[in-house]
Ligand binder design. Structure first.
Ligand SMILES: [Cu+2]
Length: 225
């Protein structure tokens, strides 16, 4: 009986780790949709989340180095999209961040300063919210940033199991982008990752099922040009 219980627990764990969740795996730049993990760093944890607020894996996910990832040249102001293997289905905000590499994006570990360029937040209606749960998220490279190579990072913060009984989950991917044509006049608010997200953030501890009327997305305010 003991062995049976162990086997059942192991099976449940295995099924959860290989079949659940989702991953941002495909970049579109302008009107061209590229191959899976061509310009996005491939992670080694399938489509599982990161939950440790102190982990460097919060930058670009587990095992996602730049060595085998290409870097795409994009104009400031050009549109891009991240597409997932399956649409986001855990409630919570989607955010997009950038961090300038000291030199090549492929060699950059994301240990420098990050700034946010976009939040996709909830819409409220009488004590509950609807979230933008999509398979593709689109935005534009800000026109006012400096030229150079960047990590372009997207994050789904899943708060469907409210803290502290549940632990919020971070679904993360980073693309490698070389930006040209930027004006360089931006003055964004910077943050480090890890460090930008805390257990004390109202947007981390929010209970979306209980009198939910407002929400502040964690991290710095998005850049405006
Ligand atoms: Cu999940």
């Amino acid at each position: 009986m003991k062995n049976f219980v162990h086997l059942a627990a192991l099976l449940a764990l295995t099924v959860d780790s290989v079949s659940a969740h989702y991953i941002f795996q495909q970049l579109t730049a302008g009107s061209t949709k590229f191959d899976v993990f061509q310009y996005i760093r491939k992670n080694s944890n399938y489509n599982s989340p990161v939950t440790d607020l102190a982990s460097n894996d919060l930058r670009c996910n587990v095992g996602a180095s730049g060595a085998s990832t290409e870097t795409i040249e994009m104009q400031a102001g050009e549109s891009f999209s991240f597409t997932l293997d399956t649409a986001v289905y855990h409630q919570g905000p989607i955010s997009i961040y950038m961090s300038k590499a000291p030199s090549a994006a492929a060699n950059y570990d994301g240990s420098g300063e990050w700034f946010k360029i976009k939040d996709f937040g909830p819409t409220f209606n009488g004590g509950s919210a609807s979230w933008p749960l999509q398979q593709t998220y689109s935005y534009t490279i800000p026109k006012c940033i400096e030229n150079g190579e960047y990590l372009l990072r997207i994050q789904s913060l899943a708060i469907h199991n409210p803290w502290p009984a549940g632990i919020p989950q971070f679904y993360i991917s980073c693309a490698q982008v070389k930006v040209t044509g930027g004006s360089g006049t931006a003055n964004p608010t910077h943050a480090l990752i890890p460090g930008a997200f805390k257990e004390s953030d109202p947007g981390y501890t929010a209970n979306i099922y209980s009198n939910f009327n407002s929400y502040t997305v964690p991290g710095p305010a998005p850049l405006t040009c």
